[in-house]
Design a protein around this ligand. Structure first.
Ligand SMILES: C[S@@+](CC[C@H](N)C(=O)[O-])C[C@H]1O[C@@H](n2cnc3c(N)ncnc32)[C@H](O)[C@@H]1O
Length: 226
């Protein structure tokens, strides 16, 4: 969060793609940033609108697909934070996202993209580590302890990872929920190529939220483009 607060000057008009619950909205609005968010999920947009309506009635949240959106607004900054871009599974869709970004940037506007560097240890797990515990938490209503176990199947041809989160109730083994989703692994050379093909200029590339230069041991790839 500090990274986005530091990189975006106050008064800027900003659009977050994949804004989800609007978790980043409040801290940025408090910094006097004119925050707007866009998300494909109606449920999450309704949730974030409800929270943000407590501040003012300004239209800030758009229920749209980041691969195809056309707003009446242009922005000083557009960003996709914390791996939301990994929901974009193909090169074609990535180019569509970047083209929409370009269409919505003001003349000196900047685009910030923040994703992980694919990690072979995560992708090519040995069979015995196929299922890993990722976190546990207490159900806010019942107080029950819930553990989440993750399985990952990576397809080297599509570079798409099939992930499954299995929510298990510790004291109620017969009750569990499974959440399946996919994430595309973007290697640095692929992202470079896609950004350039979409007509964006890469100004900076950082390897962490402290703005260290990107290098071969970086775990993050954070692009600042114009
Ligand atoms: C991991 S969540 C991150 C939410 C938020 N950035 C945060 O850090 O709290 C990813 C979000 O991307 C959204 N998303 C996925 N595909 C999308 C698309 N094609 N267009 C717009 N939003 C999308 C999902 O609905 C989800 O809210």
């Amino acid at each position: 969060m500090e990274f986005y607060k530091n990189i975006i000057p106050p008064q800027s008009k900003v659009l977050e793609l994949g804004s989800g619950t609007g978790r980043l909205a409040m801290p940025l609005i408090r910094e006097n940033i004119d925050y707007h968010g866009l998300d494909i999920s109606k449920e999450l947009c309704d949730f974030s609108k409800r929270i943000l309506n407590q501040i003012d009635s300004k239209k800030r949240i758009y229920n749209e697909d980041m691969r195809d959106f056309h707003l009446d607004n242009k922005f000083d900054y557009i960003f996709i934070a914390f791996n939301s871009f990994l929901h974009i599974l193909t090169d074609e869709d990535a180019i569509k996202v970047f083209s929409c970004v370009k269409e919505h940037l003001k003349d000196n506007g900047k685009f910030v993209l923040d994703i992980l560097v694919p990690d072979p240890d995560f992708l090519y797990r040995e069979e015995k580590y196929r299922e890993l515990p990722v976190m546990d938490f207490k159900d806010s209503k019942t107080g029950e302890l819930i553990e989440i176990f993750e399985t990952c199947k990576y397809d080297v041809d599509t570079e798409v990872c099939d992930l499954s989160w299995d929510y298990r109730y510790k004291d109620n083994p017969s009750y569990n929920k499974v959440f399946d989703y996919q994430m595309r692994m973007y290697y640095p050379d692929t992202i470079n190529r896609l950004l350039i093909d979409a007509g964006l200029d890469i100004e900076d590339r950082f390897g962490d939220y402290e703005c260290s230069r990107f290098n071969e041991s970086s775990q993050l790839q954070i692009y600042v483009c114009k």
